[in-house]
Write a protein that binds this ligand. Sequence first.
Ligand SMILES: [Zn+2]
Ligand SMILES: [Zn+2]
Length: 351
Amino acid sequence: MKAFVICAAHDAAVNDIPTPEPGPGEALIRVRICGVCGSDLHAYEGSQPFFQYPEVPGHEVVGDIVRVVPRPGGPLRLPNRPIEDDLAPGERVVLDPGMPCGACHPCLHGRYNCCENMRVIGVHAPGALAEYFVAPLECLHRVPGALCDELAAVVEPLSIGVEANTRGCVSESDTVLIIGAGTIGLCVMLVAKSRGARVAMTDLSAARRAKAIQMGADVALDPRQDDFQEALRQFGAGSAPSVVVEAVGTPGTVAQALDLVVAGGRMVLLGLISDPITMPGNVMVKKELDFLGSRLHGGTIPQAVDLIADGVVDVSGLVTHRVGLGGVEQALTLMAQQPDEVLKTLVSVAQ
Ligand SMILES: [Zn+2]
Ligand SMILES: [Zn+2]
């Protein structure tokens, strides 16, 4: 089969490699469309520490089940993990790329998305930027016939937005500030709006701020503008935001989030930061903050499917580029060079 293989940092090619064989409890899936994620770019650039070269990246996928090998004893069930029973060849599915161990404390207590031994398809195992890939049956979710392939390919990033809103307990009584209007920030915004919250976004890029407004944010602000604090207060009718979501991933924006969130509020951290975060410790106490990490998707894929399929959330604005397998390397380069313009690139493999 043809597959986009990252051989080493900045070295990738479409290669002919053996079609994978599903083992017990797995399915072979023929890929229709796979989206390109920021984490795929990190693998290409050599800044994804868990990526083992050579490997096929890709996890934002919709495809058709070709073959199923049942697991003796049935599916691996974990608390809070939605399972689709009786998946069969011919069914169209999307992927939850996380493969939790099923044995650690978070796995056994309804928090399998932060499994201590998490393996992710497209990072620790062959991904879906290929004609076929293999996945555990527990990772696959049916999509309704009315949901087109392109929008189904955006389910996985939207489910990250569902997880962040779930962590932040976002409801219609909230004013939410999202720092960073990239793909993930926009997904958080779409879900927060669907819950009835009012949403402000900040981004340094004017193009991204325009996109945020176009896709439904109530306000999009430049954090460098002189009247930034005043504009934010106006947005909150005199109050600071009740939830602040950090979707950039720098220590500076975390400090900004802690500063901007209202006392008694919630801060959700999505950005992956390896540097230490420094902050005055008394802020946590004085504001009695809930400081919440948000990782992958804890059972939120079916909710994301429903939000898109029911027309509650319109993700079509996220899709900015379309290529074939042969265009992936160029798409990754463009993504790195023009981050303001490239949101989601969809790779058509077969339709
Ligand atoms: Zn992704
Ligand atoms: Zn685990």
